[in-house]
Design a protein around this ligand. Sequence first.
Ligand code: IMP
Length: 188
Amino acid sequence: MMTNSPTVLHPDVERVLISEADIQKRIVELAAEIDRDYEGLAPVFIGILKGSVLFLSDLLKRLSVDCRIDFMCVSSYEGDRSTGVVRLTLDLRDNIEGRDILVVEDIVDTGLTLGYLKQNLMTRKPRSLEIVSLLDKPEARKVLIEPKYRGFQIPNEFVVGYGLDFDERYRNLPYIGVLKPSTYQPQG
Ligand code: IMP
């Protein structure tokens, strides 16, 4: 049976930056905006694995527009550090020529990942392409990327949860949190 029990904080998390309730409330607003903007169209939502999975599934449940989904996987991070190298490890299944595309990301940080993806996808001649990102860290930007739909603007600090990981952990947390420094600093 479903309960409304309060969120239990993971022991490695120092503090919650964005609560589960605030995330869900914002997703309802974003879905309403997208429904309005894409009325009568049949957009394709491209989820960028793995970080966007929780956000994409909650967003899809709130949308009424006739839509399709597809996935791409890129890797650009080792631990919490950007290598600056973006590698495509899984490509779309379907052709997107002439389609209205919404690329769904967990976070825009330097913008390198989305800069690469946008360039790659534009060569496939979609009718339109916009970005939906749950989080945006504008202070960290190196490439000019502007999400049309953005959940929250956050300061330049490393966050985990709700799809976002540190060394593949913490993706399952229902909130966005900041880790205790002891979790990622070597003890000594
Ligand atoms: P960008 O290429 O620097 O914009 O980074 C995009 C990717 O880096 C995101 O899709 C995340 O997977 C990862 N990333 C950036 N900032 C964070 C963070 O604070 N926590 C976890 N992952 C992050």
